[in-house]
Design a protein around this ligand. Sequence first.
Ligand code: AMP
Ligand code: ZN
Length: 117
Amino acid sequence: MQHADCLFCKIAAGEIPSTKVFENEKVFAFKDLHPSASHHYLFIHKNHTRDVNDLVASEPLQLADLFSAIRLVTQREGLDQTGFRVVTNMGPHAGQTVFHTHFHILGGEPLRGFGSR
Ligand code: AMP
Ligand code: ZN
C-alpha cells in the first residue's frame, strides 16, 4: 500500500527517479543518493511501514521478502564473498530521515568501525 507524500513509496512506484538495482512484486532496491561506501543500496518493501518496529508489528513477513532480495543482490554483486553490512535507522537518535522502512546495504570495500558518538 502506498502512503501519501512518502518519498520512498514514490521511488518504488517509479514516480521519482532512482538507480534501481532490484525489483520484484514486493521489494524495490536502489542506490543511495549519498553513498557511504562504494556499494550502498537501500532495500524497501512496496507496502509502506514507517520504521522497523512498525514493520515487525504489522507486516513481519516483509522481513523475509526483504532479506531474500538482499541475499539475491549481494550474491549477484559478489558482496557475499567480501562481506557487507545491513543497517536500519529508527527514530531521531539513529538519524532516521525517511519514514518508510529501509535497510541500508553497505559494502564493496572494508568498512570502518560501526557506529559513533
Ligand atoms: P536514513 O537516514 O536511514 O533514513 O536513510 C535515508 C537515506 O536515503 C539516506 O542515506 C539518503 O542518502 C537516502 N536518500 C534520500 N533521498 C534519496 C533519493 N531520492 N534517492 C536515493 N536515496 C535517497
Ligand atoms: Zn512509503
